[in-house]
Design a protein around this ligand. Structure first.
Ligand SMILES: [Zn+2]
Length: 255
């Protein structure tokens, strides 16, 4: 391993640890029935048109984390949603979540600029869909720097990161774990194992991905794979809800 690669890996490890360790909002998951959420970051048109159609086929809804500054643009995750798609998300019973206005890197962006991008995204949503509010958030590109995590927490019921695992026991509402499907899109058995473990542990498994298309970007997956994951999730007996609804279900289960 070269010195620079070694240094980059060490730095990545330290950042991940810092994202996890500081400014937690502990939340104990206690439920009789496991939960699963499906979320899409950015979100490309195909996440709604193809991914949303698959969820709808099973009578389910997901969470769409939108950066309104990316609207209509061609990006590394495909063509991003247009203004009309925001209304469609709400009409179809999905959740609209925040992903900052301009898709700010959660570690590299200064905390003040990051928080402004949260506020800008909210303002842009108010202009297009008055009365609709973002309630949950996902960090773009990276885990958050600690102060950014602290500031973001003030705006949302919960914030989601990555980590390739499900949430169980005491979790952190300021940095919920998620499993990015594209990272194992050629190994469905790993995803099925995870769903099985989530069922046994009575946890909350949040899936994330980007585009759902026959020719996906490196950040998305094909419809057949996504559909198989959804079918297996349904068969597991989990309660499958958008992120904000899953959180509410967990809160009421504890009362
Ligand atoms: Zn993103």
């Amino acid at each position: 391993m070269s010195v620079s690669l070694f240094w980059a890996k060490g730095q990545g490890y330290c950042r991940r640890k810092a994202s996890i360790l500081f400014f937690k909002r502990p939340f104990v998951i206690r439920t009789q029935r496991p939960l699963i959420s499906f979320s899409f970051d950015d979100f490309p048109e195909s996440a709604l048109r193809t991914g949303g159609a698959i969820l709808k086929h099973f009578g389910l809804a997901g969470t769409y984390y939108a950066s309104l500054g990316l609207m209509g643009k061609d990006t590394a995750t495909g063509r991003i949603f247009g203004p009309a798609d925001l209304g469609v998300v709400c009409e179809q019973g999905h959740e609209l979540g925040c992903h900052t206005f301009s898709h700010c890197h959660a570690w590299d962006t200064a905390t003040r600029a990051f928080e402004e991008a949260i506020i800008d995204n909210r303002s842009a949503l108010h202009d297009l869909l008055p009365g609709v509010e973002f309630q949950t958030f996902s960090y773009p590109i990276s885990g958050p720097r600690p102060l950014t995590k602290l500031r973001a927490a003030e705006h949302f019921l919960c914030c989601r990161g990555g980590g390739q695992k499900f949430n169980v026991g005491t979790t952190d509402l300021n940095n919920l774990s998620a499993y990015f499907l594209e990272k194992t899109r050629h190994r469905i058995e790993l995803v099925k194992d995870l769903i099985d473990h989530n069922r046994q542990a009575l946890g909350w498994l949040i899936f994330a991905t980007h585009d759902i298309s026959d020719n996906p970007t490196p950040y998305g997956c094909v419809p057949g794979f996504f559909e198989e994951v959804v079918r297996y999730a349904v068969a597991s007996g989990a309660n499958i809800l958008p992120v904000v609804e899953a959180l509410k279900a967990l809160r009421s289960a504890r009362m």
